[in-house]
Design a protein around this ligand. Sequence first.
Ligand code: MG
Length: 374
Amino acid sequence: MKITHIGAVLLEPVPWVLVKVRTDEGITGIGEAYHGAGVHQIVADWRLQRPLIGEDPRHVDKLFRDMMKSMSASGYYQGAVMSAISGIESALWDITGQMAGVPIWQLMGGKFRDRIRMYCDCHAGDEETAEAYAAKAMAVEELGFSAIKFDIDPLPSRRDRYNRAISNDDIAHYVEVVTAMRSSLDSNTDLAIDAHWAYAPVDILKVAHAFEELNLLWLEDPIPAENAEAMARVTTATSTPICTGENLYTRFGFRELLQNQGADIISPDLAKAGGLLEGRRIADLADMYYVPVAPHNIGSPIETVATCHVCAAVPNFLALEFHHQENPLWNELIVEGPLIVDGHIAVPDRPGLGVTLSEDVVRANVRENLGFLD
Ligand code: MG
């Protein structure tokens, strides 16, 4: 069996990047890469494809390493190239599963669970009031989600966009909003809050301390992501659980964070961090510190289901992000129809990825086709 062709497509309005790998035996693999700028063009770049064409797609780890070295002798990519590699890697697992007649989770070591718990990312209330946030949280809980996330992004009244400071009035507003949501939800419905890297440790700790009695699932990205030592200081200083990791690449990107015990929960994005096997490795590294994994995911159902296979196969899975509750295209893209039932996705048992992409829906939402569609 040999790889004959690799194509990518950029969709719209959400710029999802889908990857297709064709073989000489008629089996096709589908994957998804994180949608950074230019990622679909990198998937289609001959320099990344060169080590793959003509090779057996089932040697996934070898091909992953060959791709890592395809454009640089150092073999350590991050950013858009790593996202492109992640999407191709995921498609190779789809092919391997189809050839072996088993779902991807079987290739990842078997499964710990049959359903993947999704958490719904809601961003904000319909208005910037505690009542509007609480109403939205309860409406999403009503849909069946047992974990919900909202953002505490800097308010328009912020005095300075660059110094990462929070005013006392803004802290009081965040506390009022989050307290209203927490007290409106069932005590067993988890609430997470995302701070989007916006704050300095000294400021976000005032917020994290105020949140301590609210028993949040986590406070995400309280400070910029690139300083693991500063993140560890925040994590150590508060009993509010700290979650981070969506901007880290490969297991090496998580090494310092985990060794410093710099987060209570990690949130790798498998469509950028290195793909499915690398996601499994990151989860195993975290499990050495008893750290749960809650993967970041703003992708289409292709990335979501691919990630579900890894979530099924690792012991320390906590919850998987769902970002598109108000985007009907998310459900239309898969032939099998709505995947999320009662806040969970049933882990597919069919070979490979186990769901079918609707090429008609892809065709109707193409921004740029680079060899994905005929
Ligand atoms: Mg986030």
